[in-house]
Design a protein around this ligand. Sequence first.
Ligand code: NAP
Length: 306
Amino acid sequence: MTATPAARMSRLGWIGLGVMGRSMCGHLLRAGFAVSVYSRTRAKAEPLIEQGAQWCDSPREVAEVADVVFTMVGFPDDVRQVILGPDGALAGSRPGMIIVDFTTSRPALAQEIAAAAAQRGVTALDAPVSGGDIGAREARLSIMVGGDRAAFDALAPCWQLLGKTIVHHGPPGAGQHAKMVNQILIASNMVGLCEALLYAYRAGLDPEKVLASVGAGAAGSWSLSNLGPRILAGDFAPGFYIEHFLKDLAIALEESRRMQLALPGLALAEQLYRAAAAQGCARNGTQALQLALARLSNIDWQRRNG
Ligand code: NAP
């Protein structure tokens, strides 16, 4: 049993108000939706409560007063807890509701959630996003959706407030698979970006000029334009946490193994990011890979001249 496309959706719920969730939830609030919220650390909800969001004490309570519940938490275990747990959204659900998980998580978990939701007459979509903290703030995200097409269509007014590129990829889990494609692209791209900036530094080039030149040519990328300047400025704040990227790389490796794929670029990037985390950068942004790669050449990136 699935939700009808005309599922009522005036009352929204939001679970997880971190770097991404607080910006995304804010767009829905400012557009006039009534939004009930819950997050592990209540302090992170305060700015949204000041803008009119209603605080609830658990994901279950959020679901009890919402027609559509969005989740944006950290890891697959968090997703399991906030949706399938005893105090999770599904426990507070009613038939006809829609649950949308924006977290980057396992495709198999998205399928498990969709099946458990269907048992209660609820539709669950997986909808991981790309575009970073900036994309969330500017409502320019790319949203990759898996699950029931009618529920996807019914949520068009919400998608439009959060992103610019919204694509339905197929059945439950397809959104998460699309996001893994995205992460595989970014993995090798980040290694290339950090190595290129090290080369530019050792060659004595003006790094700003180099970024301007290569960013305008065939080597241009989101990472280069947005994270290149942060690396040069020595700004390694998240952004996108290395510990979250490692979670994604592990899922991508797990899935590629299952599909009998050899993806050596992905495996190398995962190892280099693991080194960065071991060196204390797990809670830095993904651009902090620069610090770990610089150490391989005995360069102290933060103390370099020029
Ligand atoms: P984040 O800042 O850690 O936000 C996650 C939020 O969820 C935090 O506020 C956290 O609470 C809350 N949370 C986690 N587990 C919870 C639970 N069991 N119950 C209630 N609340 C819980 O991370 P983020 O950067 O927003 O990323 C969120 C997800 O989006 C991750 O899967 C990440 O891989 C993905 N993503 C991130 C980016 C990016 O650029 N940041 C881009 C695309 C996708 P606390 O505040 O107590 O920790």
